[in-house]
Design a binder for this molecule. Structure first.
Ligand SMILES: Nc1nc2c(c(=O)[nH]1)N[C@H]1C(S)=C(S)[C@@H](COP(=O)(O)O)O[C@H]1N2
Ligand SMILES: [Mo]
Length: 511
């Protein structure tokens, strides 16, 4: 068989297999799509250094890059399967079967698998093998022993082969689009649009001097499109508020099952809170602030009645991500821990965890901020390791006191003389006492701080420096309300947050 023909068979069969699985998944459960399941499993198996690299390099596009890369690899497998099958259909059949089994395995290991989910990768397996065999038989004509298995280059055989291939390719296209439409048929946007949140207590107005945005700091409240995003979800879960249920169970006196309406009947409060990710290197970008709207989480747990000894609240998202939060951090007076339904005056955007997420000030996001939250189990730290703990990160991770320089920018060139440096600092849940800055290892000078909004948010600093022409290094360090000054010891983000002083090199130019 001609190489072009065998390659075409391989490619079209892979496409048909993927599309069939995607279509069936659209019917039974979107997360059962073998393509997405393999991608999600790849994310879970990726070492964190590679994950960090992917996020740093591709930013919010990291997941698109992963899906694109998978598509390229699958296409290559299709090409190889085709080329190996020029004389006999068996190598390609075996490869199609193996790919199918990989899809089945990926769906089976997903935490969201139901019995029904397995139908989707099974459909891929069957369609992949059958499409391959059928196209192969159309391309090859029965020839007397000894002659090569080759359809005539021209004539009805060739036409028949091309028509069959085109039909399968078109069918794959329709199935893929159909699967996508079916997966999106849950009209979560309409569900979200139908909700109005009216908090009984509003967050206080942000004072004008809460940031030094004119001098290079971020604005106090982060605009929605600038808010950092970190999660393992390859496709954003689509869960309607009407369908949302959450069970509070485990070591409790009264098991609860809550609906979204149950939450709306409770007092809604609005609070200004900063969210910060443990993956930040010193000076990193994953920190943002918003007004969250939600209900008091400690009240809810009191209603469930936390049994003695339950020290961990294990939470799970609809796509199977898990998180463990110290019960004591939630129950402490003034913890401000909440089940958030909204931010920025609106219901949560889908990528922020619609319909319900958790927020606990003072703890990094991976141990507190479960998005697409659907399950709460009171347990112990001994009994359960959540997602990131299983991957070597700390089980407990209070936010460390930290400061960052936003101006000067790295290797900025600025006129010599008066220069205003500015940045942010945070000691969440305690508050910032002071920020100090030094130039070229000189004496520490105290920066001015912005008006404090509350101890659960970041605080901005600025300082006027006088710089001679030449290269300079600026460093900063923050001190929290307990008098603890940020250590200069450098630590990596893993296991429980980076430490060290942020520094910036810039050039002052004689004017
Ligand atoms: N379901 C789910 N929730 C999650 C995560 C996740 O991967 N899945 N990541 C957590 C991490 S590591 C952080 S830092 C915050 C980030 O929230 P954001 O994306 O809204 O900024 O969400 C947390 N909640
Ligand atoms: Mo994070």
């Amino acid at each position: 068989m001609k190489a072009t023909r065998s390659i075409l068979i391989g490619l079209v069969s892979v496409a048909a297999a993927l599309a069939a699985g995607h279509l069936v998944a659209g019917l039974v459960s979107p997360l059962a799509s073998p393509f997405l399941a393999v991608g999600n499993t790849a994310i879970d198996l990726t070492p964190h250094q590679l994950k960090d690299f992917a996020v740093r390099t591709f930013g919010e596009n990291d997941k698109l890059v992963l899906l694109g890369g998978m598509a390229v690899v699958l296409a290559l497998v299709g090409v190889v399967a085709g080329l190996l099958s020029r004389r006999s259909p068996w190598p390609g059949t075996a490869i199609a079967g193996a790919l199918g089994l990989l899809g089945v395995a990926a769906v089976l290991v997903r935490p969201t698998t139901s019995t029904l989910s397995v139908i989707a990768p099974l459909a891929s397996l069957v369609v992949g093998v059958v499409a391959f065999r059928w196209l192969w038989s159309r391309a090859a004509t029965k020839t007397p022993a000894g002659a090569s298995a080759e359809a005539p280059a021209e004539g009805p055989g060739r036409r028949r082969f091309l028509v069959s291939t085109a039909a399968i390719a078109a069918g794959a296209g329709v199935a893929a689009v159909g699967g996508q439409l079916l997966a999106g048929r849950v009209d979560v946007e309409a569900s979200r649009r139908g909700i109005t949140l009216r908090p009984g207590t509003k967050a206080p107005e942000i004072p004008v001097n809460a940031d030094f945005a004119a001098e290079g700091t971020p604005s106090f409240l982060t605009p929605p499109d600038k808010f950092y995003r970190v999660d393992t979800a390859l496709s954003i879960p689509r869960l309607r508020a009407e369908d949302w249920r959450m069970r509070v169970h485990g070591m409790v006196d009264n098991e609860l099952v809550l609906t979204y309406d149950d939450l709306l009947r409770r007092p809604l409060v609005e609070k200004t809170i900063t969210l910060v990710c443990v993956s930040n290197e010193v000076g990193g970008p994953y920190i943002s602030t918003t007004n969250f709207i939600g209900i008091d989480l400690a009240d809810l747990l009191r209603e469930a009645g936390v049994k003695n000894g339950a020290d961990q609240l294990a939470t799970r998202s609809v796509d199977g991500w898990t998180c463990g939060t110290p019960v004591s951090s939630i129950m402490a007076p003034g913890s401000n821990a909440m089940l958030a339904l909204g931010m920025n005056g609106e219901p949560l955007p889908l990528e922020r965890g619609f319909p319900v997420r958790m927020v606990v000030p003072g703890l990094y996001g991976y141990v507190s901020a479960t998005k697409w939250l659907v399950d709460m189990e009171l347990t112990t730290f001994d009994a359960f390791d959540p997602y990131w703990a299983q991957r070597g990160w700390g089980k407990k991770a209070p936010v460390k006191v930290m400061s960052r320089i936003d101006r000067p920018k790295s290797f900025e060139r600025a006129p010599a003389g008066k220069f205003v440096a500015a940045g942010i600092a945070w000691a969440q849940h305690l508050g910032i006492d002071k920020v100090e800055v030094r130039v070229d290892g000189g004496p520490w000078q105290q920066a001015s701080l912005s008006t404090e909004v509350n101890v659960d948010t970041w605080r901005m600093w600025r300082i006027e420096l006088d710089v001679a022409p030449g290269n300079h290094t600026v460093e900063c360090r923050a001190t929290d309300r307990n008098g603890l000054t940020q250590t200069s010891d450098r630590a990596a983000p893993i296991p429980d947050g980076a430490t060290g002083w942020h520094s910036m090199v810039f050039t002052a130019v004689a004017s």
